[in-house]
Design a protein around this ligand. Sequence first.
Ligand code: C2E
Ligand code: CA
Ligand code: CA
Length: 412
Amino acid sequence: MPADLIPDVLRTYGLLVVDDSEVQRRHLVSNLNALGISRVAEAADGNHALDLLETLNPLPAALIVDLEMPGMDGIELIQKLAERRMSLPLIVASSREAVMISSTETMISGLGLPLLGALSKPVAVPDLARALRKIDQYGAGMPDTQPETGVPVEALREALAQQRIQPFFQPKASVARAMVRSTEALARWIEPASSPIPPARFIPVAEAHGLMAELTLTILDQSIAAMRLWNSRGVQLPVAINLSPASLADTVLTEGLIRRVAASGLDARQFIFEVTESAMMGGDAAATACLLRLRLRGCGLSIDDYGTGFSSMQQLSRLPFTELKVDRGFVTGAHARPPLRTMLASAIDMAGRLGLSTVAEGVETAEDWALLRELGCELAQGYLIARPLPAEEFLHELPQINHRLRGLQAER
Ligand code: C2E
Ligand code: CA
Ligand code: CA
């Protein structure tokens, strides 16, 4: 394949090759050069790669990852990228047997990371080029899978201090009753001259620089203000706040959350804290303590992105959750895809047995809404219902959203 067919994004941002063998790295680098990609960073194992990803600016457009490496192996590296929500497109290159490579593919798609290809070593240039070309599929319009360039930490500090990091609210609607029942606060960085900056661009920066407590507390403060505004107009809806896995062990943050919920004068049951499934599976005592304390005060606890981790029913039943949110990877398009449908049905069934309420995220079509109704899912969240909106706009739009939902129900 001629070099001019390689997407520009790869030439501009380059690649990171992670392989412990110097010989293999040389081989890959010269193949990439032959394809017109001259910007290639190299790491000898997962730890080295993660260090580089913290300093490289701009971030590479994609990673080529070997599986077997001393130090941090390729699998752990990929898990770490998922934990950090670094959705960089991946190419796996390994000399291990086919079943190892195909299981890695399954794991990567389960983690929701973009996979360009899983190749056997030595990597042939046409295979490499074919994989690289797939990066076009992760172009504009897919904010979560685009390689995100981080923002400067000083600018983030300033934005936090000036309350330019703000919550937008996305409704969660009751499927049976076709009306908005609850909301989730999603952080946005507001810049006067441009459209809001999505959290994928700044949450990792906040996490890396110890700013998550401040970010979470400003989101909570502004959410409380929004709830007061809504209450004054007769609208009472719980708000869900996202907690970053890394900040669960921060007792100062836990104290701050508890103090604010108590001081708000609102019913603690109006607050739900969302924690990703993968964050809870380490059995970390400090994280469990944080959840227990919030639950003791009456707040709800939600398992976010369920299905992307590897938790068992037993593990889930031992933690004080009240709600399970099925990851949108198992929801969007489920009506037409039997494997997703099976997973969704079993998650809803399991949540029911554990006494948890269920939320399906990523509901984009009336067909998926109808499926949720059939499966008895309690709440739905997604673009079909509404996009995340600023507090006042949310209040203003609410009657129309409820009206649309009733129309949706009547269609059937
Ligand atoms: P999440 O908690 O899983 O939030 C759901 C994400 O899915 C949001 O992206 C939302 O805008 C998007 N979404 C909603 N409906 C649909 C749909 O129908 N289709 C598709 N394709 N996407 C949909 P957003 O706002 O970009 O947030 C991304 C992630 O950033 C969140 O994922 C959450 O993990 C994190 N985040 C956002 N705000 C905060 C925050 O205040 N604190 C922390 N710790 N994390 C946050
Ligand atoms: Ca969430
Ligand atoms: Ca989620």
